[in-house]
Design a protein around this ligand. Structure first.
Ligand code: NAG
Length: 396
């Protein structure tokens, strides 16, 4: 019945559309005629009119109409209204890089993942705009775990899956998968995907962005409730508490059963420079990280293109919020279990008598060192530069 209804409406709409099309063509012809006879007296330099108002191709199922716009210049040679070179420049400092020639009103510098229709009124495409984004980086082997996990996120979430094994279409056995966004690149990591497909201008509509691994047990987790707590406690970067098991690496991320959230901990002697420094505070892991829109805008810029595992990033996240020991924390009341399922970590290459996972682990550590070195070098270079600048301004 429902299907019949839709069919009926679409037939009706089609005939409405062809009436509308006829009217538009007719008006266009009159307009063109009037323009033609009045053209010699018009003294504007640049005027845009459609050269062929509508050329349309009809086939069995569709009508595609194609506007071809051309610039018509006036014959009036001595017009000094705008010189072409000046006309092509618009100086608006707020325009994004590369868009300096566009009038700001046409600049749309942000986008989203909202799915649109191929027909109808564009303004009526989106019945709902999701407020949050959840991404999982997945292999097909983990589909049942992800299926269970996805059910913990309400329809206020856009679901985005990053596939590292190329098996994308098979996920359609789950109804939700048909409405999810799927991105596929073989043997690439979560941070590789995040850098390339979660640009801050693309995810700008989402208030919170979850960038999660696939091997998390979410039986004791509810995403809406999680967000309520994150807002209540002012957390810009967070993660759910981890049930202690062999997947637990840091004291900070261990779940505390008596709290809603915690923002600091005491770790082994010598591990933390001071009580407010990572991994004792201002610290969460990169396995189930949740960013506010603003914090992600910063963190995205820190991800170096040749570093794919993200090791060391967790220690630097504090640079993105102020003060880190208050804006970064662990949500204890909505907690998860790290199941430690071997996935990409096993998919290295056996080399020099070493197992594939050993090569991956070595690369992880190497990246951590590289990241640290680059951060230190960048900070030193910046300090040096500001010191020189302040000296020269003091002298002048
Ligand atoms: C989605 O968000 C709205 C607005 O914040 C809220 O009222 C609603 O309860 C949320 N949906 C679910 C399923 O929690």
């Amino acid at each position: 019945m429902a299907n019949l209804g839709i069919l009926g409406r679409s037939v009706l709409r089609k005939s409405n559309e062809s009436v509308r099309l006829t009217i538009i063509i007719f008006i266009g012809m009159i307009f063109g005629f009037l323009l033609g006879i009045s053209f010699s007296s018009v003294t504007i330099t640049k005027l845009r009119i459609p050269s062929s108002i509508f050329s349309y191709i009809t086939d069995k199922n569709s009508v595609i109409y194609n506007h071809q716009w051309t610039t018509v210049r006036s014959q009036n040679k001595d017009s000094s209204f705008l010189k072409p070179s000046e006309a092509s420049k618009i100086h608006v400092p707020t325009n994004p890089r590369g868009a300096e020639r566009l009038p700001p009103g046409i600049v749309s510098s942000e986008s989203d993942f909202f799915l649109r229709r191929l027909w109808g009124e564009p303004s009526e495409d989106l019945l709902k705009k999701q407020k949050y984004l959840i991404t999982f980086t997945v292999g097909y082997d983990q589909r049942y775990n992800i299926d269970a996990a996805v059910k913990k996120f309400s329809d206020n979430f856009t679901i985005l899956l990053f596939h590292y094994d190329g098996r994308v279409s098979e996920w359609d056995e789950f109804e939700w998968s048909k409405h999810a966004i799927h991105v596929s690149a073989r043997k690439q990591t979560k941070w590789w995907f995040a850098k390339r497909f979660l640009h801050p201008d693309i995810v700008a509509p989402y208030e919170y962005i979850f960038i999660w691994d696939e091997d998390l047990g979410l039986d004791h987790f509810n995403a809406e409730e999680y967000i309520r707590l994150v807002k209540k406690h002012g957390l810009e970067i967070s993660q759910p508490g981890l049930e202690p098991n062999n997947g637990l690496t840091w004291k900070m991320t261990e779940r505390r059963p008596d709290r809603e959230v915690h923002k600091e901990t005491v770790d082994k002697p010598g591990w933390c420079k001071d009580p407010h420094s990572p991994p004792c505070a201002g610290f969460v892991e990169i396995m189930a990280t949740v960013f506010s829109r603003g914090a992600w805008r910063c963190a995205w810029h820190m991800i170096q293109n040749d570093l794919v595992h993200g090791w060391g990033l967790d220690f630097a996240l504090g640079k993105c919020v102020e003060p880190p020991h208050e804006k970064i924390g662990v949500v204890d009341a909505q907690w998860i279990i790290h199941q430690v399922v071997p996935s990409l970590g096993n998919q290295g290459q056996a080399e020099n008598g070493k197992a594939p996972w050993e090569g991956v682990r070595e690369r992880c550590k190497k990246e951590w060192t590289m990241f640290q070195d680059r951060m230190e070098a960048a900070e030193a270079a910046y300090e040096e530069k500001s010191w020189t600048a302040s000296r020269s301004s003091a002298q002048s």
